[in-house]
Design a protein around this ligand. Structure first.
Ligand SMILES: Cc1cc2nc3c(=O)[nH]c(=O)nc-3n(C[C@H](O)[C@H](O)[C@H](O)COP(=O)(O)OP(=O)(O)OC[C@H]3O[C@@H](n4cnc5c(N)ncnc54)[C@H](O)[C@@H]3O)c2cc1C
Length: 394
């Protein structure tokens, strides 16, 4: 694998840097809006509009549907540069997750109806897979879909639905048949969140934010034309989406930036004494994490190169998810160590000279939020099972 950039790639890198400098770095007001819980949605939509105007919203879509047509190297350059300045990826539920299923299995009408609206951030999507009692064992899901004429009638509930409170649409796995194996009889539906009979109830999380929800369906009527592919084949479509989801959770470029930030923080002197970077044990943990991250970056590049050659991403994405989230959590723990006992204070109680409130507050938020990354997208224990069975053949 070549690791030096060609002249063309260097020119592309320059173009990316120039775009980010004006569209992101210079706009601190937009950054603040995205950081703020109450304005996050509007801020993200504005950011996604800027990406779309540049033609850079949909990295992995075919060009004829508005994708970038980037080579693996260009995608890598963009992500590295984006993460280096702290700019977020587009929200994955639309452009990465449901779009991958619509592109692979949707009808031409569904492509024409939904893809342009995703590109333009007109629809905010959420994911209705998990249910109480159907998380790791997703195929046990019970939300019922009964066909009446040309509509499905949906009854049941979903849980842990990220950003359902903002969503215009939910892509849902529902049970349309109970007679065969539990993986059979699952149907993949696209449901308009404004349909009568849908209720969203918030679940507050330990980081103090409202990301998660329960979603209840009470006789919700969904037109058959909103079904992806064939009735009862939803498990196949759902699995292909999970592979894309897991690839996006690895967040290698973002971890590189986070690790760099932690290293810079650790250079500061604590209470007039030594800086933590001079502590041999801490420096070793930091370096070990950096080496793991470099190795993961190459694994990610190999997976992307396979995709570029037309091989669909496979169970290796479980490996990336597993290792990527373990590294994220290791970095979050290092950051907590750097801010030391300031990290113990409750949000809003901090007034430190050494580490401004934002630094300690952020360490705490990232740490608590980061506990979830080894659960969502399929827990890490389940990813180990998949890796053992399908990658290692054990
Ligand atoms: C922050 C967050 C956001 C989420 N967002 C969404 C979303 O938007 N949409 C959505 O549909 N879902 C979402 N989820 C749900 C997520 O996918 C599930 O929580 C996850 O799949 C685990 O399911 P569970 O919570 O039911 O735990 P369980 O499946 O009950 O697992 C409990 C424990 O048992 C372990 N375990 C279970 N089975 C096995 C096994 N076979 N071998 C070894 N260990 C096992 C698990 O690893 C875990 O530690 C989100 C979850 C979180 C935390």
């Amino acid at each position: 694998m070549h690791t030096r950039l060609s002249e063309d790639d260097l020119a592309f890198q320059q173009e990316v840097r120039e775009f980010l400098a004006t569209a992101w770095v210079a706009d601190t007001e937009l950054q603040e809006r995205i950081r703020n819980h109450d304005t996050m949605k509007a801020g993200m939509i504005e950011w996604q509009h800027r990406l779309n105007e540049k033609g850079w919203m949909a990295q992995h879509w075919p060009v004829e549907h508005g994708g970038t047509g980037w080579s693996v190297t260009q995608g890598f350059i963009f992500n590295s540069e984006r993460a280096a300045v702290g700019a977020p990826e587009p929200i994955a539920f639309g452009v990465t997750m449901v779009a991958s299923v619509i592109l692979a299995y949707g009808s031409d009408e569904q492509k024409a109806r939904f893809l342009p609206r995703i590109l333009n951030s007109e629809d905010w999507w959420c994911q209705g897979y998990s249910e109480p009692g159907a998380g790791s064992d997703l195929a046990s899901l019970k939300t019922k879909a009964e066909l009446e004429g040309d509509e499905y009638v949906i009854n049941g509930s979903k849980i842990w639905t990220t950003y359902a409170q903002y969503a215009d649409w939910i892509f849902c796995l529902v049970r349309s048949d109970n007679s065969g194996r539990k993986q059979e009889g699952i149907t993949f539906l696209l449901i308009d969140m404004s349909t009568p009979g849908i209720t969203v109830r918030p679940i507050d999380t330990i980081d103090g934010f409202h990301h998660l929800n329960e979603v209840f369906f009470d006789n919700v009527r969904v037109p058959v034309e909103n079904r992806i592919g064939e009735e009862g084949k939803g498990w196949t479509y759902a699995k292909s989406l999970l592979v894309h989801e897991r690839l996006s959770i690895a967040e290698v470029a973002d971890s590189k930036r986070a690790l760099h930030e932690v290293r810079e923080l650790a250079r500061r002197e604590i209470n007039g004494g030594d800086c933590l970077l001079e502590d041999a044990l801490f420096a070793k943990r930091l370096t070990d994490t950096e080496i793991e991250l470099m190795a993961l970056e190459y694994t990610e590049l190999r997976a992307l190169a396979d995709i570029a050659e037309g091989k669909p991403p496979g169970p290796e994405s479980s490996l990336l998810k597993l290792q990527g989230t373990e590294i994220q959590q290791a970095i979050q723990e290092l950051r907590m160590d750097v801010v030391g006992y300031y990290s113990q204070a409750l949000q809003g109680d901090l007034n430190t000279e050494q580490f401004g409130h934002d630094v300690a507050d952020l360490a705490q938020k990232l740490y608590f939020r980061g506990r979830a990354s080894s659960i969502y997208g399929g827990s890490n224990e389940v990813q180990k099972n998949i890796t053992a069975k399908y990658v290692l053949g054990l």
